[in-house]
Design a protein around this ligand. Structure first.
Ligand code: ATP
Length: 381
């Protein structure tokens, strides 16, 4: 993304009030379209984010996450569409006027300023009286537990500490929205998890509305109230982490989030509640009926490894399979099984101490954990 001047990032104009708790602000995006020349980077984006909500924009590289974040912040003007904060259109407002705080992956701290001066920067630029600056900086440093390091310079801090300073600096000016652009990706794995927990708790306690850009699905799942899953400039699904995981709206969501087996199938029976899908190898599964598939007989069945049950005896709706590989993965056993030539399926089950794993070459039968435990999509032609 383009480099942005420091001064623009931290000088929210929102007057500093002496309030202990932030009241969240809402954000609505209506029909946002953005083109770079002929290339459509964002297409018909709609999002309604509630006050105090933590939302992630999740998607692969190049899907348009950063472009959307820049449009929300005001650093990029969309080709068309409306942006509303608390119901008021902010399309004509500058980033400063929108009152948006941004935290970047590379922290973007001022290297020549102490921690204290970094956090005070936006307040001073907004001409907040000196006494109030001191109180606010003290409060913010307490909030991110860095009061004891106020005199240090950024180069004397760890990555996690620098990121906490960046967050304190952004929060000091009481932004209406906090935008977080891959803020944890420069941190090592353990520190990243600590920071994710800390930030989630801090933002929830303060009632801050936040939008996180990430391509890390675990980060999005663990931190967010809702996730917008993006691909090629569109939002495929906007829902809670469990909706995204359990009821993927599109084939893309089912494969991008978590692990999923995809099996080509044919609808061979249909009644009002369920339908029966025949998959390679001739096995049949009973799955919850999908109204959207009324006119399709060729389907793709998407099922997660943990939603398959292993049986030793066949039943009317099970798949005969041969175990090809067994992988003990600590808490679970993962198996790769063959249901037909060139068609393999992954299945996992809890690994119980002392239990004998299945053997390579053993015949087993797979059933769905429930008719709802899979998703059906029209076959891709
Ligand atoms: P990443 O996770 O890699 O940062 P992203 O999802 O944030 O990706 P964007 O940076 O929003 O993706 O880019 C979306 C699309 O727009 C990409 O195809 C990108 O090449 C293109 N793009 C972004 N900025 C510009 C620009 N200034 N000029 C032309 N094309 C651009």
């Amino acid at each position: 993304m383009e480099s942005v001047k420091h001064i623009d990032l931290v000088t929210s104009p929102v007057p500093v009030q002496s309030r202990e708790v932030y009241s969240g602000h809402s954000l609505a995006l209506e029909e946002i379209v953005h083109r770079f020349g002929d290339m459509v980077a964002l297409q018909d984006i709609h999002l309604n984010i509630q006050p105090g909500e933590f939302v992630s924009l999740l998607g692969p590289s190049g899907c348009g996450k950063t472009t959307l974040l820049r449009i929300i912040s005001g650093f990029l003007k969309p080709t068309s569409g409306r942006i509303l904060i608390d119901g008021q259109s902010v399309g004509a407002l500058s980033p400063k006027q929108r009152g948006v705080g941004i935290v970047f992956q590379n922290y973007a701290l001022f290297p020549h300023m102490s921690v204290w001066d970094n956090v005070a920067y936006g307040l001073r630029a907004n001409r907040v009286p000196r006494g109030r600056v001191a109180n606010k900086v003290g409060e913010m440093l307490e909030l991110v537990q860095l009061g004891h390091l106020a005199k240090r310079y950024p180069s004397e801090l760890s990555g996690g500490q620098q990121q906490r300073v960046a967050i304190a600096r952004a929060l000091a000016v009481e932004p209406k929205l906090m935008l977080l652009d891959e803020p944890f990706s420069a941190l090592d794995k353990n520190l990243r998890l600590d920071m994710q927990i800390e930030i989630r708790r801090l933002f929830k306690e303060q009632g801050i509305t936040a939008i996180l850009v990430t391509h890390d699905q675990e980060e999005a799942m663990s931190m967010s109230d809702r996730i917008a899953v993006m691909s090629q400039g569109t939002i495929h699904q906007f829902g809670t982490p469990s909706q995204i995981y359990d009821q993927p709206a599109t084939l893309f969501v089912s494969t991008f989030v978590g692990t999923c087996n995809l099996l080509p199938g044919k609808l061979v029976e249909r009644d009002t509640s369920d339908c029966v899908v025949e998959v390679p190898g001739g096995g049949k599964l009973r799955v919850a009926n999908h109204d959207t598939l009324r006119s399709h007989n060729d389907v793709l069945l998407a099922v997660r490894p943990e939603n398959l049950r292993i049986q030793t005896q066949p039943s009317t709706h099970s798949l005969p399979t041969i175990v090809e590989m067994c992988l003990p993965l600590g808490a679970v056993m993962a198996y790769e099984v063959q249901i037909a030539p060139n068609t393999k399926v992954k299945v996992t089950q809890p690994r119980l101490p002392g239990a004998r794993p299945l053997q390579q070459g053993q015949q087993i039968y797979l059933e769905l954990a429930s008719p709802q435990a899979c998703a059906l999509f029209p076959a891709v032609s």
